[in-house]
Design a protein around this ligand. Structure first.
Ligand SMILES: NC(=O)c1ccc[n+]([C@@H]2O[C@H](COP(=O)([O-])OP(=O)(O)OC[C@H]3O[C@@H](n4cnc5c(N)ncnc54)[C@H](O)[C@@H]3O)[C@@H](O)[C@H]2O)c1
Length: 478
């Protein structure tokens, strides 16, 4: 076992690997952090001189990258070299839901984790601590350990050994830097006390000791899946109640405020919205469902699967409401989409509710103008699987698709001319300050505003003359 840590490698420079290592590098200036990835463009973006071109947008990220990059934090594709010199290796690669084969649609595809483990087995030297940073199905540590142990790369001059730990990441996109700076807890699962202490020594540089929890490795893996399942469950719960509000005359904001005052429930994660998105919630719940099914716990599996089912239903419900309110047809009507990211303060669109909702509206014949302050037109093309009719106020970005979709993209907000409706899908701050009086004069009448995030000022919107629909607002009951 090594005595101290000097060199750290992180495999995977994504939404987790990049910010997490940047925070550690800021807090531990005496340690060297090599973040490696197979994706050359992503690494080039991490190394871009222009910090507004980093591959990820997160408030506060630019600053910590500026502090450490090329001092004790390095981004590269030199995987072999980074592994060879590392005392500790974080595996932070993607673990999406499997799309084919056994467990397709539910269990995680571990091919990227397996490749990483094989690379570690091949290139590591001496004793290496291998840390699961990715969110993984319970008992994946066993898989990693057996890949590492089965390596035939041992030689008399290089005796390899490994300690595998689980250290799941709890950051939330949009507040990643704040969450990393001041985490609710740091979880370290394993059975090698020395390795666990060495990893916790890194965190102790800025995280109070009482927030660092030690568990066995399986509890750590399961705690991460459970944490995401509980958070997503709250969103599905409140969104299901918003539908009841709309038909009974209740108001979801009032209901949330009232139940949130109960200390046993708490007020966080009680805002209803267009349905949860992001790369993790759905995937991690489906993983839990798969695990329960695998162990013959059918009722448990059904319980958690319903959280995802309600979310899918809820996203469909929003597109349907838009069509109904616009006299049952949106064919040929111009609809403005405000926000495409799955939440504010991130450029991530993975599983964003906007994808499904926009596709449904386009299928109904609407012409969409999509605005988002941080998401690129190229990303939206990828998500909608069609290219835009044109870009407004922007030079044309290169195209991924041949098929033309009935949508346009704009980086600016002067897009309301002749629009029939506006649909707010992401709670970006700038949408809260739109001057609705000057917007409505440009629009076709009656002008509709659909606010799925409860961010607009109701009084101002109504005073301007809009027909307003808000999620879970029963006062609009007909
Ligand atoms: N995004 C989040 O908010 C979040 C939060 C907590 C945990 N997680 C978990 O963390 C893990 C990573 O998530 P992410 O959002 O950073 O994913 P991501 O897709 O943004 O990044 C993963 C990176 O790993 C790279 N990669 C894949 N295989 C590789 C290999 N063999 N060698 C080198 N690089 C390789 C990919 O090119 C990619 O850049 C997932 O398991 C996810 O569930 C994500």
């Amino acid at each position: 076992m090594i005595k101290s840590i000097k060199n750290i490698c992180c495999i995977g420079a994504g939404y987790v690997g990049g910010p997490t290592m940047a925070m550690m590098a800021n807090k531990c200036p005496n340690l060297i952090f090599n973040v490696v990835d197979i994706n050359k463009e992503r690494i080039a973006a991490w190394n871009n001189e222009d910090l507004s071109k980093l591959p990820i947008f997160e408030p506060g990220l630019k600053e910590i990258i500026k502090n450490s990059r090329n001092k004790n934090l390095f981004f590269s594709c030199e995987i072999k070299k980074a592994i060879e010199s590392a005392d500790i290796i974080f595996i932070s690669v993607n673990t999406p839901t499997k799309t084919k084969g056994l467990g397709a649609g539910k269990c995680s595809d571990l091919k990227w984790v397996e490749t990483s483990a094989r690379e570690v087995a091949k290139f590591s030297k001496g004793h290496t601590i291998v840390v699961e940073k990715s969110t993984l199905p319970v008992r994946t540590a066993e898989v990693i350990q057996s890949i590492l142990n089965s390596t035939n790369c041992n030689s008399s001059s290089n005796k390899k050994s490994f300690s595998v730990l689980s250290n799941p990441e709890f950051l939330a996109e949009g507040t990643a830097i704040k969450d990393l700076e001041s985490p609710d807890r740091v979880l370290i699962g394993g059975d090698n006390k020395k390795a666990m202490d060495l990893l916790s020594d890194i965190y102790k540089k800025w995280v109070p000791e009482e927030k660092i929890l030690f568990t066995n490795i399986w509890s750590s893996e399961l705690a991460k899946l459970t944490s995401n399942a509980f958070l997503a469950q709250r969103i599905s719960s409140i969104n299901s109640i918003s539908a009841i509000c709309e038909v009974t005359g209740a108001d979801i904001r009032e209901v949330s405020r009232a139940i949130g005052k109960d200390k046993r429930i708490g007020s966080k994660f009680l805002d209803s919205g267009p349905g949860f998105g992001g790369s993790c919630f759905k995937k991690d719940i489906l993983n839990l469902v798969y695990l329960a099914e695998y162990f013959g716990l059918g009722e448990v599996a059904k319980f958690w699967e319903e959280v995802v089912n309600i979310n899918n239903w809820h996203q469909k419900r929003i597109a349907k409401i838009v069509v109904q309110k616009l006299f049952g047809t949106i064919s040929g009507k111009k609809i403005i989409i405000l926000g495409f990211a799955f939440k504010a303060n991130t450029n991530d669109t993975r599983e964003s509710a906007a994808i499904k909702i926009c596709k449904d509206l386009i299928d109904e014949g609407a012409e969409l103008i999509i605005h988002d302050p941080k998401v690129s037109s190229l990303q939206i093309q990828h998500d909608l699987q069609t290219k835009p009719k044109s870009q407004i106020n922007e030079k044309n970005e290169s195209s991924l698709n041949n098929k033309l979709g009935n949508w346009k993209f704009s980086k600016k907000l002067d897009i309301f001319e002749n629009a029939h409706a506006i649909l707010v899908l992401t709670e970006w701050e700038e949408y809260k300050n739109i001057n609705w009086e000057s917007v409505i004069v440009k629009m076709a009448k009656p002008a509709w505003l659909f606010d799925s995030r409860s961010i607009v000022n109701v009084e101002l919107v109504k005073k301007a003359g809009f027909n307003l629909w808000r999620l879970g607002d029963g006062s609009q009951k007909e």
